[in-house]
Design a protein around this ligand. Structure first.
Ligand code: ADP
Length: 464
């Protein structure tokens, strides 16, 4: 099998995928050409009133139906497993070449039966040269162009010497040109120049565009690699910071639990505050590590996760915290069925825990939290809603809510502690699962005093 991969190709598989798309597009276009030919015959015969001979009509109809038949065959080939995406087997480039050859033969026949050198269809050869140059290596397209030009001169010669009959389109030219040698030479040369120049221009354009595209892709790859290194570096540093803080925390615990003897209450009060601060620092570190991990991971673990059971586990863990804060928490599903998604149970648990922890944190005594699972809100998606009637999110700050480190002004004013990273982690986890997260504030639990927020996570039922 001849190698048709252009020498400047960086990524063969990627190129062949692009060519497959172009081939499919060409096949669709060819069905249109068939329709256009039938319209052309009817239009030119009955509206322009070209006096076709019976042979011409039959020939054009045969050509149109041949195009339809071979195109149907091409359609079958695309659906079969005949075409492989490797350089040394029958690949999309070979398939393109076959298509171009068939098209050129059909176009040559059409040109011949519609006037030869006088035919307006001869211009369409240029299209094929442009298409071929976008796909095939230059030597193949130049060979095709040379064969077409030689055939063109040869056919004109046969017609000129009446070796083969001439078919004209009588209303376009009132006099014959096929037997005018000067016309044949001038037209033939112009045709040849047009063919070769179009190959030359398109080929060099396609080549430089392809090279530029590859350079951009490579630059993007480099950037992604650099981002990966950066994230790993951040993770390593943050991890290093975590250890001394954890040690400080354990010393503080020793003092606060009076293992080292009694502590005066004023000092104890200050140390307790320091202990809370170390908790916050560790929370920030954990959030940063989670974000970096998610950025590094291109693929996540995928297994069947029973969402309702997972949510039940998370809600149960938070029950005592809610009781302590006098907040009622309810989990329910709309239909009595299993809600299974494909995903990483640990990451999903982290995402829902973050939402629930916010729903509790940004609420107050007498508050309500509802966690609802449903699969009718959006087709092929399971929706989990975490809805509260807490302090809500101000309208003017809604846009920034998923930005790293962003915290709304109302939570800062009221002194709630936090890192502004939790929602960022949730969003990344949801996106890794091909899902979507939305929110609204006020929520459906809002009343005159409580604004409330509702977060909805949509996860595909089958993410493959
Ligand atoms: P953190 O809670 O640590 O500040 P998050 O990234 O989890 O960070 O949330 C970002 C901000 O979004 C919060 O600071 C808060 O302003 C707002 N927010 C998130 N969830 C809620 C909620 N349930 N009710 C009100 N505000 C919320």
């Amino acid at each position: 099998m001849i190698n048709l991969i252009p020498s400047y190709t960086y990524n063969v598989e990627q190129l062949l995928t692009i060519i497959t798309k172009r081939n499919n597009w060409l096949i669709k276009l060819r069905y249109l050409v068939f329709g256009a030919l039938i319209v052309f015959i009817i239009f030119s015969k009955y509206i322009i009133r070209i006096n076709y001979t019976t042979t011409q009509i039959i020939a054009i109809i045969i050509i149109a139906f041949s195009i339809l038949i071979y195109n149907s065959l091409f359609t079958l080939i695309t659906k079969s497993k005949l075409i492989k995406n490797t350089a040394d087997s029958f690949n999309p480039l070979h398939f393109s070449l076959i298509q171009i050859i068939f098209d050129i033969v059909a176009l040559s026949a059409l040109t011949y039966y519609t006037g030869g050198v006088e035919s307006p269809f001869s211009i369409f050869f240029v299209f094929h040269m442009i298409l071929g140059s976008l796909i095939l290596p230059s030597y193949v397209v130049y060979t095709i162009a040379t064969l077409v030009v030689l055939f063109f001169f040869f056919a004109s010669f046969l017609e000129y010497f009446n070796i083969v009959p001439h078919y004209s389109l009588d209303v376009i030219f009132t006099y014959s040109l096929y037997n005018n040698p000067n016309y044949i030479i001038v037209f033939g040369l112009t045709f040849a120049i047009m063919m070769f120049v179009s190959v030359l221009l398109t080929n060099s354009l396609a080549r430089s565009l392809y090279t530029r595209e590859q350079e951009l892709k490579n630059a993007l790859d480099e950037l992604n690699k650099a981002e990966l290194v950066k994230q790993k570096y951040i993770m390593a540093i943050v991890h290093e910071i975590k250890s001394p803080i954890a040690v400080v925390q354990s010393y503080l615990d020793l003092i606060l639990q009076h293992y080292l003897g009694p502590v005066p209450s004023t000092i104890e009060e200050k140390l307790s505050r320091a202990r809370v601060r170390t908790d916050e620092a560790i929370q920030i570190i954990n959030d940063i590590i989670n974000i970096s991990k998610l950025k590094i991971q291109s693929e996540i673990k995928k297994e069947n996760v029973n969402l309702f059971l997972l949510l039940k586990k998370i809600v149960d863990k938070r029950k005592s915290q809610c009781d302590y804060a006098n907040i009622s928490i309810k989990l329910y599903k709309i239909h009595n069925k299993e809600y299974i998604v494909q995903g990483d149970p640990q990451l999903l648990e982290l995402a829902f825990s973050n939402l629930l922890s916010n729903a509790i944190k940004y609420n107050s005594s007498g508050g309500i939290i509802e966690v609802v699972v449903d699969d009718v809100a959006r087709e092929n998606f399971i929706m989990v809603e975490v809805c509260d009637n807490g302090i809500g999110i101000p309208d003017s700050e809604k846009e920034k809510i998923f930005t790293d480190f962003f915290r709304a002004s109302n939570v800062k004013q009221k002194g709630y502690e936090g890192t502004g990273l939790g929602l960022s982690v949730v969003k990344q986890i949801v996106e890794h699962h091909n899902g979507e997260i939305t929110f609204e504030s006020p929520s459906r639990l809002a009343d005159g005093k409580r604004r409330g927020t509702s977060f909805k996570i949509f996860l595909p039922i089958n993410s493959e």
